[in-house]
Design a protein around this ligand. Sequence first.
Ligand code: FAD
Length: 334
Amino acid sequence: RHARTQFRSTTQYSGLSRLLSTLAVLEQRDGKLNVASLAAVTAGQKLGGSVTAFLAGSGVKSVAEEAAKTKGIEKIIYVENGAYDRGLPENWAPLLEENIKKGGFTHILTGHSAFGKSLMPRLAALLDTQQISDITAIESEDTFVRPIYAGNAILTVQSTDNTKVITVRGTAFPAPETEGGSAALEEGADPKTESPTEWISEDLAKSDRPDLGSADKVVSGGRGLKSKEEFDRVMTPLADALGAAIGASRAAVDSGFADNSLQVGQTGKNVAPQLYLCAGISGAIQHLAGMKDSKVIAAINKDADAPIFQVADVGLVGDLFEKVPELTEKLKSQ
Ligand code: FAD
């Protein structure tokens, strides 16, 4: 199914064509560039025109120097201020507004991450434009493709806004090469807006495994695992043998088998690894919405009619408590 719609805002199209220029808003944490956020640069390159990247936080100049090596970025604007460290949208929206007005960018792009999802609607409101979410393709400078209804329909959106404020789906725009570029650095404007919001603390799930959202291989378990003990006993050695991240279905998360941060699907994470190997997952549409773009999907399920087999490249009908340990042993002996 394919729908087409047009967004119009109260800002009338001026008719004056500005040179296409993208501001790609990047993420960093504790002085480390979030490489997945470079998807915004890839999307900017697809648009054509110049791509300027934006970073803010304390000690962010060294992150900007690192990001400057990314191919395809012309300039990096950075703002050194601890108020922008944790990505609070109340602080970031006026910061970006100021720098966008100064730079006259036509397209503002960032990842469809928790940061992008909370920031871009605020920014769009300040700029009086319609925000466009979670794009997976660019048809032209004003026409974008995005999934709706958990990926069951694809919408083509045409925007007449002067400034387009967009979040991009990382799995649809692989990060560019992070070596070989030589972007110029420039200090940006800091409006130092008084904010009613203060960052106090956070509880992060810590793991030595690859990050679920960007891992090459993901092994995922569902309700078929029966308990947290069995989930850990069966899935962890498989993940270790493959060097994979661990994911889970919502049923597994809701039943307490796996941490909330591991949920894959419509209301969890979107993943598109080279290999997605799942066991004891039926393949509900809400789960498929988060993993169906994986390059190779392998599924183990005891029910030959499970819908997961309709999207799987490789399927094994059998009892996971027997098949997964067998597979793990074979992988270990390789
Ligand atoms: P089940 O559907 O119960 O499937 C378990 C499977 O395990 C079965 O196919 C069974 O044959 C198999 N099995 C059982 N025992 C064994 C065994 N011993 N060996 C091999 N196979 C076995 N779900 C998500 O995953 N992610 C989401 O983000 C998400 N968001 C949602 C949002 C909304 C608004 C709604 C309404 C639902 C959402 N869901 C989501 C829930 C989704 O609809 C399903 O309920 C869920 O994905 C089912 O999880 P499951 O496949 O693990 O469980």
